[in-house]
Write a protein that binds this ligand. Sequence first.
Ligand SMILES: [Zn+2]
Length: 267
Amino acid sequence: MDHGGETYISISGGKIMKRTSLFESVDNLAADRRRFLGQVLGACTISPPLSFFSMQLAASMSGSLTKEQRDSMTPLQVIDELKKGNERFRTGKMAPRDYVAEKRSSASGQYPAAVILGCVDSRVPAEIVFDAGIGDTFNGRVAGNVVNDDLLGSMEFACAASGAKLVLVLGHTACGAVKGAIDDVVLGNLTGLLARIKPAIPQTKFEGQKSSKNPAYVDAVARTNVKLALEHIRRRSPVLADLEKKGSIQITGAMYDLANGMVDFDG
Ligand SMILES: [Zn+2]
């Protein structure tokens, strides 16, 4: 797409600018965009299409999200970019990435679009399964992706202080912490952590064998555990609940399938 004298390329359905100009002259880009829109829209003050600043979770370029890019996105667009990134991951078409350049571009400031609470499970690294780069997402990880006050504080920092648009609780299939909660495991400090998962057990409606040996049951409890985490966040964090009510952020859950690599935002 030719636009305001600059060439745009489309990646994963989004329109993004070639790296050579995007990070060297964001101000120029904004000026070009205004000029272009002025020509096209006359005196209208309509906001530019947000796709002009498509998130660089889809990075073909070597830089982290800029403030302007992040701020131009809606929570739903952030979810959409995460879905696209996950599709790239599970189809083996991950974006080429230069971590050194991403490190350099984010050293003086970070503008992540989402805060993700995931499990410590070694098989669910959020940045990889969403094909995201350095500076694109905040990440908290704890066994069973449970919420506590420190994680709530981290989410509040991410959204209210830093401007992230999405709180995502990411559960996963075959979660060992969920199995441990079902089996009533007692082990040091793990006992207290598993207690945070246990409320999901009686609240899971399930027909069939209710055992940690039954993968379908374990996953059903894990899904309930994500839903309860979302309720916990809204109940225990008026800061985040208010941001969600205003539409500034979205608080949502998803499940990652260890077998096929897919993140399901609908389950
Ligand atoms: Zn787990």
